[in-house]
Design a protein around this ligand. Structure first.
Ligand SMILES: *Cc1c(COP(=O)(O)O)cnc(C)c1O
Length: 470
């Protein structure tokens, strides 16, 4: 592209993004298109000769935008509400411009060293032990997969060399987690060849936290059968309800038995920058690995997940493989040694931008405000005769449901209300099932969310219920 064009379109795109951020509230949160809407509007083959970029940009409005679900919308309350900041976008632009493949230190000194520094800052902001080393992966699913691979390596079972198939000398390896654990744990077991049979899912108590007594009994029973405990996964901020497992108790079980402790705080990790919430981390010093997702609640665009690990050598032992053409003399960190990828994106740049632009105080203020808003919404639910809370609001997620008197099927009612709101485009809520009940989830986490946005959802909920009951 001629440099004049690059400047022209570059400015146009920044203007486009600025307009998008300013006017997004007028767009439907959830894309209102039917499946295949976009596919049928696109040609069957790529253009033979290059097109004028002007034409391409036009299709951004006509074709792409209608098929976008706006995660950045302040009324995106489904799943976990996550959004990008403007500086995060700059980080992505520049990372694309530099186009680093951080495999060796020498192929990307900036990416290698900035990652180390920013992850040290983040670790200290969250009050995590100083002996943890951070490594960036794309998602928590991949971070966790690497953590379990490191735990497996630590058992010295020669799995790297001999694999697992065809071996009679290997006992069944077991990974313990709770019924509320994220599905990425099970996927990791599938990916690593441990199999779903390796997973031992422990019952939770009334607060949806792992029942430590049950955990201990399950381990005992496994040991009697000759199984080998590989890892316990504890969660701080589960995906369904943001419940918190007791790290102190689970940590001592791990310590007494020499089992790897992996802590999944993909969502709630960001909130640990608030000293008033640190009590949730009591016992964290026992963790061998921890996952946190700045792409969730730290205003950093997807993707950026961090794995903190006590013994990064275990990752290296599990994954490092250096062909001749990548051999170098210098003694440095070469990021290709710590995972399945060879090249890595320059992801720390956007995180560095976010941390510098907002500062520790700015980040704390935003996360604190989200928690305040979620608790405010929860107070409206609590004060209403027609709605009820279904789980503790530990962070910025409210689990609740409509429960008006005289309704035969509240599950169906709540599901219908949710579908109605989502298809209106006004807001996006998601759901979960707790003790067999259909429960609505409202997550607060967008950098653009204000009290009026929550008031709007509350008004819609109330009038939707009224309409159905009259
Ligand atoms: C969101 C979430 C994950 C998965 O995150 P990805 O980065 O999308 O893989 C894992 N664990 C918890 C607790 C989560 O909330």
């Amino acid at each position: 592209m001629p440099k004049e064009d690059f400047r022209k379109y570059g400015h146009q795109i920044v203007d486009w993004i600025a307009d998008y951020f300013e006017t997004m509230e007028d767009l439907p949160v959830l894309a209102q298109v039917e499946p295949n809407w976009l596919k049928t509007k696109l040609p069957r083959a790529a253009p033979g000769s290059g097109e004028n970029f002007e034409e391409v940009l036009k299709d951004l409005d006509g074709l792409i935008l209608p098929a976008v679900t706006h995660w950045n919308h302040p009324n995106f309350h489904g799943l976990f509400s996550t959004s990008t900041s403007s500086v995060g976008v700059f980080g992505e632009m520049l990372a694309a411009a530099f186009d680093q493949k951080a495999m060796l230190w020498r192929t990307s000194p900036a990416s290698t060293e900035l990652e180390e520094v920013t992850l040290g800052w983040l670790r200290d902001m969250m009050g995590l032990p100083k002996d943890l080393t951070g490594i960036i992966y794309d998602t928590a699913s991949v971070s966790t997969m690497h953590a379990i691979a490191a735990a497996r390596e630590k058992l010295n079972l020669r799995i790297r060399e001999d694999g697992m198939s065809g071996r009679r000398d290997l006992p069944l390896l077991r990974v313990y987690c709770s019924e509320q654990t994220h599905s990425s744990i099970e996927k990791s077991l599938i990916t690593l060849g441990l199999g779903q049979r390796s997973m031992c899912s422990i019952k939770t108590n009334d607060s949806f936290a792992v029942d430590a007594g049950e955990l201990e009994r399950a381990i005992e029973a496994d040991l009697e059968k000759g199984y080998l405990p590989l890892c316990i996964v504890a969660t701080v901020g589960t995906t369904s309800t943001t419940s918190v497992d007791d790290l102190e108790t689970i940590g001592s079980i791990c310590a007494n038995r020499g089992i790897w402790l992996h802590v999944d705080m993909a969502y709630a990790g960001s909130a640990m920058i608030l000293p008033e919430l640190r009590h949730f981390l009591d016992g964290i010093e026992r963790a061998d690995s921890i996952v946190v997702n700045p792409h969730k609640w730290f205003f950093t665009p997807f993707d950026l997940s961090v794995l903190y690990i006590k013994e990064p050598e275990m990752l290296k032992r599990a994954f490092s493989l250096v062909p001749e053409y990548l051999k170098v003399a210098e003694e440095v960190t070469n990021q290709m040694d710590y995972g399945i990828q060879l090249g890595r994106r320059f992801r720390s740049l956007k995180l560095w931008f976010v941390m510098r632009y907002f500062g520790q105080e700015g980040l704390k203020a935003r996360v604190r405000e989200h928690i305040r808003l979620a608790k405010l919404f929860a107070s409206w639910v609590d004060d209403s005769n027609d709605f009820e809370l279904k789980a503790d609001v530990n962070f910025a997620l409210v689990c609740f449901r409509a429960c008006p008197k005289g309704v035969a099927d509240p599950c169906r009612l709540n599901e219908e209300i949710m579908n109605e709101i989502n298809s209106s485009g006004e807001a996006y809520l998601s759901h979960t099932k707790l003790n067999g009940e259909f429960v609505l989830r409202l997550s607060v986490g967008s950098i653009r969310v204000e009290e009026r946005h929550l008031k709007k959802v509350w008004n819609i909920l109330e009038s939707e219920l009224q309409r159905r009951m009259s």
